[in-house]
Design a protein around this ligand. Structure first.
Ligand code: HEC
Ligand code: HEC
Length: 396
């Protein structure tokens, strides 16, 4: 396939203190690549060590040190009780297959992502280096899902959501989660919690039998089949939608300036309804899907071209003649923000972020291209998003 290049100058550009590597001298795995997300140059992913891969692809959400919550409520990957109970196989599958319908894309080449098995194994080794080795977790008794249901509703739903809606914490109903997580792993997490996070230890507050029942209930959440995917992007999809159309008249919003702090408003967010209207009116526009191609292959905005944050080659084809460019992700602002920064560095002035991201677009029933079986994501649970799990989705 095509070479997966790391356009890392710009990843570095939007982090405070990020260096902008100047020449082609950044060798994979040098120290800067460990400390600063993306501070390596455009070498093929295949050549990077686990630390460099992690910092360029994962740190943006899971944090430079793996402790999570940098963006999109991405969980910690290095918590003691997580690493002692998760197998390497489970870590590998989580990275390869992702969690469709959440911000966690599938990174495996087999699913349209950028990483082959060896590259994923190097990241797993890097993660492992930050915590304990896996232990043998004792098997659990078989519980009763019907008895577990009210326990889950009373104690877990406010953070973990329901079968259909993600809460602020890891979505346990995700079929890919359930494929890779064993009953002992789930039971261990419930019994011992995740120290230092809002996930408390339930041992002592629920009996062992009740924990077994909750495990059985979580297991039963994952019945919906995994959707198929669309063909991978060819790299030949047209960049411009409605090439002969007039320019849209967007009114982007900016993030409000903090009180008393001097700042120039940066009008970079265009709401979904304005973009939908531009499509209805056949306006000339470029829409960029900035997620890994595996996500584009599940569902994308009709006409959107796949230019993932980790492979910006096709940005060269984006016309710099005043055409509006809208970048989006699931997040809604992280990956798209990086691509907008990259476009602006190239002098493309009319580049903006789709404010609410693709999930809201999909929820409103706006035009998409989706693989068979992909359902619109349900809202956050609870509907106003006010959970007590860490942070609200980061905005910038
Ligand atoms: C755009 C944000 C984002 C990026 C980039 C990202 N992740 Fe994730 N990741 C998440 C979220 C969110 C979850 C939890 C999924 C859910 O909502 O249920 C997750 C879950 C995981 C899990 C499962 C953790 C668990 O507790 O079960 C692993 C392992 C993981 N990610 C590793 C990675 C690695 C390695 C990379 C880089 C190759 C990466 N992620 C890139 C957001 C991200
Ligand atoms: C206050 C919010 C909150 C509540 C209540 C809560 N959890 Fe969690 N849970 C979390 C968070 C946050 C994490 C991820 C922590 C991390 O980053 O390591 C988590 C992690 C987990 C995991 C591990 C997932 C993985 O992939 O590593 C399981 C399983 C789990 N919770 C089950 C439950 C069950 C069952 C209940 C109810 C008995 C429950 N939780 C109650 C917030 C919560």
């Amino acid at each position: 396939m095509r070479a997966w290049l790391l356009p890392l100058l710009l990843l570095a550009a939007c982090k405070p203190g990020g260096t902008s590597p100047s020449g082609g001298d950044a060798s994979p795995g040098r120290d800067a690549a460990r400390d600063e997300p993306g501070a390596a140059d455009a070498s093929a992913l295949g050549a990077l060590d686990g630390a460099a891969l992690y910092s360029s692809l994962c740190a943006v959400c899971h944090g430079a040190d793996g402790t999570g919550y940098r963006a999109d409520n991405a969980p910690s990957l290095v918590n003691r009780t997580f690493l002692e109970s998760a197998t390497d196989e489970q870590l590998h599958r989580s990275i390869r297959d992702g969690r469709p319908g959440t911000a966690m894309a599938a990174y495996g080449t087999a699913r349209g992502g950028p990483l082959d098995d060896k590259a994923i194994a190097r990241i797993v080794t890097w993660i492992r280096g930050h915590g304990p080795a896996p232990m043998t977790i004792p098997p659990r008794a078989v519980g009763d899902a019907a008895r577990g249901a009210p326990l889950f509703a009373a104690n877990c739903e406010r953070c973990h959501g329901t079968a259909k809606a993600r809460g602020n914490a890891v979505h346990l109903a995700n079929p890919r989660f359930l494929e890779s997580a064993s009953d002992p792993f789930i039971g261990w997490a419930i019994a011992h919690g995740r120290p230092g996070t809002p996930m408390e230890a339930w041992q002592g507050r629920l009996t062992d039998a009740q924990i077994d029942d909750v495990v059985a209930y979580v297991r039963a959440l994952g019945k919906p089949p995994v959707a198929e995917t669309l063909p991978a992007p060819t790299g030949k999809e047209p960049i411009v939608i409605n090439p002969g159309g007039k320019a849209p008249t967007f009114k982007p919003r900016s993030t409000p300036c903090a009180p008393k702090v001097p700042c120039t408003p940066d009008e970079r967010f265009v709401p979904v309804d304005q973009v939908k209207q531009a499509l209805d009116e056949k306006r000339r526009i470029v829409i960029i899907d900035t997620r890994p191609p595996s996500d584009w292959m599940r569902v994308h905005i009709a006409g959107a071209v796949s230019i993932p944050y980790h492979d910006l080659k096709r940005l060269d084809e984006v016309p710099n003649d005043g055409t509006w460019v809208i970048a989006y992700c699931a997040c809604p602002h992280h990956l798209s923000g990086e691509v907008v920064d990259a476009l602006r560095k190239r002098g493309v002035k009319h580049a903006a972020i789709l404010d609410e991201g693709i999930f809201e677009w999909q929820r409103r029933g706006y035009p998409i291209v989706a693989a068979p079986g992909v359902e619109p994501p349900q809202g956050l649970f609870p509907p106003n998003g006010a959970g007590s799990a860490p942070g609200t989705p980061a905005k910038h």
